[in-house]
Design a protein around this ligand. Sequence first.
Ligand code: NAP
Length: 249
Amino acid sequence: MTSRPLLLVTGGSRGIGAAVCRKAAAQGYDLLVNYRSDKAAAEAVAAECQKSGAAADVVQADTATEEGIAAIFAAVDRRGRLDALVNNAGVVDVTARVEEFDRARLDRMFAVNVIGKIRCATEAVKRMSTKHGGQGGVIVNISSMAAVLGSSGQYVDYAAAKAAIDTFTVGLSREVASEGIRVNAVRPGIIDTDIHASGGLPNRARDLAPMVPMQRPGTADEVADSVLYLLSPQASYVTGAILNVSGGR
Ligand code: NAP
């Protein structure tokens, strides 16, 4: 078995997740790169990680389904260890007011952004907790400033899902703090990734820049740096923390 710690990143094929994978590989982690639909993108991220010396595999799985969770953790178990989880996979929907929401939208929003993340954390805790014979570990949940700001007129359902992740982070951190597991979250602000196009607003990051105190969107790399800090031994006494990475927004 390699001595490099194994990091699982959900939604690692693009955006913030891909940036976390690349930086983690450069800092000495092995990687398991989960993706849902874009195999070529995930394999390209894994190839970059390998160039940094990491053992990096991809695993196709929808974190919103039990089949997906089973596939991810079967891949983890083939690797024989799990040291860290970045619970990153997340979606927005098209901009809409609450009267326009239907049940299918809410089911998907909460299945991916809340239940999928809690299921990944559950399976990670089973493998990491000293209570279950594990060696401990670290979990970083990717929340959003939407959890605080509410995203009125855009996607209050997404904001509510992210607020659930904030509360889950605090509660879980206390539940497993004495079992060798640290649990923290990062709240990105407006970050320049493809997620805005999937919400129907490809220019959102640039358009909203004047509303950001720092007058610009953030980059996926800037979010990844904060995630790598929370994963690292430099954050050994940090648990239950929620770090805003939002340019002051
Ligand atoms: P992105 O560029 O749209 O990338 C999303 C990633 O998640 C892709 O790798 C995608 O895989 C994967 N994914 C989506 N649904 C999935 C599922 N059900 N199962 C497995 N993988 C799934 O998004 P991003 O901007 O990097 O966002 C990453 C995280 O940061 C999300 O949790 C998001 O809510 C949060 N965030 C982003 C911003 C921002 O401004 N960008 C701000 C605050 C918070 P495929 O491409 O293979 O489908």
